[in-house]
Design a protein around this ligand. Structure first.
Ligand SMILES: Nc1ncnc2c1ncn2[C@@H]1O[C@H](COP(=O)(O)OP(=O)(O)OP(=O)(O)O)[C@@H](O)[C@H]1O
Length: 317
């Protein structure tokens, strides 16, 4: 069952999720009251300062880590373990692929307990490898491939069982710029082709805007959502045209302005100023605050959400 709101079908609901790590008499609160709804078929980018809790959030959504408060609901069911129709791609492709298994065997692995028919499994693997441009690489071993090709294998593996939700944690941050651009475009194509829902964590604000339909900004730890910005760029994007669109520059400046905000006063303090776009001096999310700071509940959030979602779509041609 999929929950329905005025905004459409909500596939993923993150409701008041908090996480405190406790070990050896020390505790670290990574997340505090994270609220996030993702509609079926959406592509949502998540940015925030380093150490802010993005990976923690993805692990909780993936059912790999329990929340200490709140809950995650996927397709109407509370997530308590890795859900069936979930794909995950992490940054460290080198560690996520088995070096002693062929590319084909790596992609087939998660299908083994899902698809009993061997011929069907083979078909799905071949299709997934073709989708990522590696139709001829099935017999190779991961260590024989470039970093970008290995990450394509990881994407093929995550998509082979046709997940409803794909979680990606800085998947392209370890490859060179040209490979990264190619992988971004590959992902955008596959997202459109298969109508998957994607939650994409990145440090790179340009990448977040280029790929996302929304960019969600998390504060420094303990993280909460401080802005949710609709990306009203044309649906089909390309590296040159989109990145030179003045609207792209405005959006990245706006996201950057939220990421670099200093830690806020506690919620009982004066209401915060409405979001002001800041001049970008770089496009990588850097630590904005010492950990342990209290994030502002944010008038920025309401300021952003008050804007029309897709202004261009409502314009008369
Ligand atoms: N297993 C753990 N035990 C204790 N503390 C942890 C653990 N994992 C993460 N943390 C802490 O939780 C906070 C959030 O970490 P997390 O890795 O989720 O942030 P992040 O935003 O993904 O960071 P980065 O952008 O650098 O990858 C950090 O202070 C981190 O040190």
């Amino acid at each position: 069952m999929t929950g329905t709101t005025a905004d459409g079908d909500v596939l993923l609901r993150v409701a008041g999720v908090g996480k405190t790590y406790r070990a050896a008499g020390r505790s670290v609160t990574a997340l505090a009251g994270v609220e996030l709804d993702v509609r079926a078929g959406e592509f949502v980018s998540v940015v925030g300062p380093s150490g802010g809790g993005k990976t923690t959030l993805l692990k909780i959504v993936a059912g790999l880590l329990p929340a200490t408060e709140g809950q995650v609901v996927l397709d109407g069911r509370p997530v308590r373990e890795p859900p069936e129709r979930l794909g995950v791609v992490f940054q460290e492709y080198g560690r996520s692929l088995f070096a002693w298994k062929t590319v084909r065997a790596n992609v087939e692995l998660p299908l083994r307990h899902r698809v009993s028919d061997r011929a069907e499994r083979r078909r799905l693997v071949a299709e997934a490898l073709a989708d990522v441009g590696l139709a001829d690489a099935g017999d190779a071993y991961p260590w024989q491939l470039s970093g970008g090709m290995q990450q394509r294998v990881a994407i093929a593996r995550a998509l082979a069982h046709r997940p409803r939700l794909l979680l990606m944690d800085e998947p392209f941050s370890a490859v060179d710029a040209q490979t990264r651009a190619d992988l971004e475009d590959l992902l955008a194509t596959l997202w459109r082709r298969y109508g998957i829902t994607v939650v994409f964590v990145t440090h790179d604000i340009d990448e977040a805007v280029y790929l996302g339909q929304r960019v969600v900004v998390l504060s420094a730890a303990p993280a909460r959502v401080t802005a949710d910005i609709a990306v009203d760029l044309p649906a089909v994007r390309d590296q040159l045209t989109t990145r030179s669109d003045p609207r792209f520059a405005e959006l990245r400046a706006r996201v950057y302005g939220h990421v670099r905000r200093p830690p806020a006063a506690p919620p009982s303090a004066e209401p915060a100023e409405p979001a002001q776009p800041a001049e970008p001096t770089g496009t990588t999310a850097q630590p904005a605050a010492p950990t342990g700071s209290v994030a502002r509940p944010e008038s920025a959030e309401s300021a952003e959400s008050a804007e029309p979602r897709h202004p261009r779509e409502s314009q008369t041609p």
